[in-house]
Every structure is written in structure tokens, then in C-alpha cells.
Design a protein around this ligand. Structure first.
Ligand SMILES: Nc1ncnc2c1ncn2[C@@H]1O[C@H](COP(=O)(O)OP(=O)(O)OP(=O)(O)O)[C@@H](O)[C@H]1O
Ligand SMILES: Nc1ccn([C@@H]2O[C@H](COP(=O)(O)O)[C@@H](O)[C@H]2O)c(=O)n1
Length: 209
């Protein structure tokens, strides 16, 4: 069984993906980390993010076992990931790994921007998680503060809006709900309530307990 979760930046996709995967005993892949990892290599090697061919080469040679680096979760990496993720060859290079991951028994949860539309168009359940940008920025601000990153709220809000705009308007796999996705707005739901709502939707759609 495959659960596809998409949505804009900091909407809670990863949090829900993790909890749903634990509930059902499935594997979980935060696909944003793949793009962030490509961006990390580019930045570490001081390669211009506008260099599409270099980004493609990095994606083709990416070590997908190395996604635990805490630096990947930082704001700078999110912004850089959103630039290189617009390059179709980069997306193509990361596609086979994501599909292989999704196919593993007994099931997998993948979260990202194009899981329901491109990576797993036949997913059993597709959720599109959203929330008001101010609320998403508030949550991300809290998270970064806890991690010791000092960024003002307004900068995070701008970053989230710029990234959403770029992700929604690119020609390659733009961020949008799949036609058969269920939209869940978590603006007024805390993490537990959002999980319960998502779990109810997955149960109703898949027939699984
Ligand atoms: N419903 C919620 N209520 C409050 N905080 C939440 C909720 N869901 C997630 N969070 C918190 O918001 C932050 C962003 O959540 P998360 O990382 O899951 O989002 P994401 O969509 O995966 O982000 P990204 O786009 O960067 O991958 C985290 O700190 C998480 O703990
Ligand atoms: N399936 C995906 C996942 C991510 N991206 C791009 O990566 C950026 C970072 O993703 P996070 O989920 O970690 O915030 C994101 O802004 C997208 O540009 C993607 O294109 N497809």
C-alpha cells in the first residue's frame, strides 16, 4: 500500500508521514531531503545553483543513504533545494529511487510536492496537506528556534511564500493536488488533531485499521 502526501512548505507533511508510517508499520521517505541533499552537495562544492548540468550530475551520483545530516533541515538548504528541484533532469535522476522505495512491502508513505501527481500516480491514498502561510511560518519559526537557528518570523514567512510560489509555478512537476487527492487544512488543528484527521481519511479510503 502507498500513501502519498503532498503540500506546501512546512504544512506538516513530514510529521504526518512519520506518524502514519509508524501507525501502519510502513517505511517513510521525506522526498524533500533528496532535493535538499543535492543542494547541500552543490553548496559544499561552491557550485552555482544555476548550473543545471552540475545539479544533474550531483543528483545522478547522490548518496541516498546519507539523509540524516541535520544541516539538510536548515532554511538555506530549503531555499537552494527549491531552485535545483525546478530542473527536470534533476527530478528524473531521483525518480527511480522514489518509486523503488514506494514499492516495498508491506507499504510506504512518501511526502513531497509531486508524489500523488508524478512519483506515485496510482497511490492507494493521496493526501494534500495545507495550512495558512502565517501558521506554517509560526510552526517553522518555533522549530528553528528550538534548533538554535536565529531567524525572524517575517523572514521565514517570506521564505515560505517565495518557495511555494516557485514550487507551484515551475513547469516540471509543479506543486498541486492530484485530481484524486483529499485536501486536509490543518490551520486550526494541532499535531495530534491533524494526525487523527489524516488517519481517519486513510482508514476510510483504504479500509485499513
Ligand atoms: N498540526 C500541527 N500543529 C502544530 N505544529 C505542527 C503541526 N504539524 C506539524 N507541525 C510542526 O510544524 C513544523 C513543520 O512540520 P513538518 O516538518 O512536518 O512540515 P513539512 O511539510 O514536512 O515541511 P517541509 O516542507 O519543510 O518538508 C514542525 O516543527 C512540526 O513539528
Ligand atoms: N517531492 C518533492 C519534494 C521537495 N521538492 C523541492 O524541495 C524543496 C524542499 O522540500 P521540503 O519538503 O524539504 O521543504 C521544496 O521547496 C521543493 O522545491 C520537490 O520539488 N519535490
Amino acid at each position: 500500500m502507498i500513501i502519498a502526501i503532498d503540500g506546501p512548505a512546512a504544512s506538516g507533511k513530514g510529521t504526518l508521514g512519520k506518524r502514519l508510517s509508524e501507525h501502519f508499520g510502513f517505511a517513510h521517505l521525506d522526498t524533500g531531503l533528496l532535493y535538499r541533499a543535492v543542494a547541500r552537495v552543490m553548496l559544499d562544492r561552491e557550485i552555482d545553483l544555476a548550473d543545471r548540468d552540475a545539479a544533474h550530475q550531483v543528483a545522478l551520483n547522490l548518496d541516498v543513504t546519507d539523509l540524516d545530516d541535520p544541516r539538510l533541515r536548515g532554511a538555506q538548504m530549503g531555499e537552494a533545494a527549491s531552485v535545483i528541484s525546478g530542473y527536470q533532469p534533476v527530478r528524473d535522476a531521483l525518480l527511480a529511487f522514489q518509486r523503488q522505495f514506494a514499492a516495498q512491502p508491506p507499504g510506504a508513505v512518501l511526502d513531497g510536492r509531486d508524489i500523488g501527481t508524478v512519483v506515485c500516480p496510482d497511490a492507494d491514498v493521496k493526501l494534500f496537506i495545507t495550512a495558512a502561510s502565517e501558521e506554517r511560518a509560526r510552526r517553522r519559526h518555533l522549530e528553528l528556534q528550538k534548533r538554535g537557528e536565529r531567524i525572524v518570523f517575517e523572514t521565514i514567512l517570506e521564505d515560505i511564500r517565495r518557495r511555494d510560489e516557485r514550487d507551484m509555478n515551475r513547469s516540471s512537476a509543479p506543486l498541486k493536488p492530484a485530481a484524486d487527492a483529499i485536501i486536509l487544512d490543518t490551520t486550526h488543528l494541532d499535531a495530534d488533531a491533524a494526525f487523527q484527521a489524516a488517519l481517519d481519511l486513510v482508514r476510510a479510503k483504504s479500509g485499513r485499521a
